[in-house]
Design a binder for this molecule. Structure first.
Ligand code: DX5
Ligand code: ZN
Length: 227
């Protein structure tokens, strides 16, 4: 398993002041940018121009999560706009292998997301094409939803498939991740944690990033049989 990374989502931050909001999470590993198109999900957020502006305004790398139709057409443009990791939903992709290769060709990490009801098994052979798998732990579309425990077995199975494949592939969870739920995710094998409302509803978002990191780290160590 890779090292623990905390990736706050700015979906629940103040959209009128995003530069300042990102500056409040200086110890984060990435900034998670939720791109929604009002078609794949019933909500509308940012496009590539916003990603470009965010990339210019912060030293933190951007993790673009594309909840959009036709990622085959649009996803490489987010790498071009400066996202260092680009996640497409496999349910929306026509040619995920070609798409992952195009994202990598733009110099970004290629990542594939699964909605809660989408199994990992049909996509096991795609793992060598990917740098990360995102297992959604809520139905995508909104921040502040309740964590779905029914996704935990899939996190475990994805971790097993990654181990079998042998590559250095990160396993991200997104949706309802908080101090209360992050341990379950880490024990199941996740190593990259998106947290939106947990971070941005905290009085001190950066202290929450540290607390989440600590809790995930200790859960991962005890699951691995350490302290
Ligand atoms: C949901 C988004 C998430 C969301 C997470 O569709 O993909 O990234 O911002 O927010 P919380 O942590 O509040 O569930
Ligand atoms: Zn997201």
């Amino acid at each position: 398993m890779g090292h623990i990374q905390i990736t706050p989502s700015i979906l629940n931050a103040d959209f009128a002041d995003l530069g300042a909001e990102v500056a409040r999470i200086g110890s984060a590993d990435w900034v998670h940018v939720d791109v929604m198109d009002n078609h794949f999900v019933p909500n509308l957020t940012f496009g590539p121009t916003m990603v470009e502006a965010l990339a210019r305004s912060s030293d933190l790398p951007l993790d673009a999560h594309l909840m959009i139709e036709d990622p085959d057409r649009w996803a490489p443009g987010y790498a071009e706009a400066g996202a260092r990791s680009v996640t497409f939903h496999v349910e929306a992709a026509t040619a995920p292998v070609r798409l992952a290769r195009e994202i990598r060709a733009q110099g970004a990490r290629a990542s594939m997301a699964l909605r809660p009801a989408t199994p990992i098994e049909p996509y096991a052979d795609l793992l060598p094409e990917l740098d990360m798998v995102l297992v959604m732990t809520v139905e995508p579309g909104f921040g502040g939803q309740k964590f779905l425990d029914l996704c935990l077995p899939k996190i475990r199975r994805t971790r097993e498939l990654i181990a079998r494949h042998g590559g250095d592939i990160w396993l991200q969870v997104d949706g309802g991740v908080s101090l209360e739920t992050i341990e379950r995710c880490a024990e199941a094998g996740a190593d990259v944690f998106v947290a939106g409302s947990a971070v941005y509803s905290a009085d001190d978002p950066d202290a929450m990033v540290a607390a989440l990191r600590e809790r995930a780290g200790s859960a991962a160590r005890s699951a691995a049989g350490g302290e």
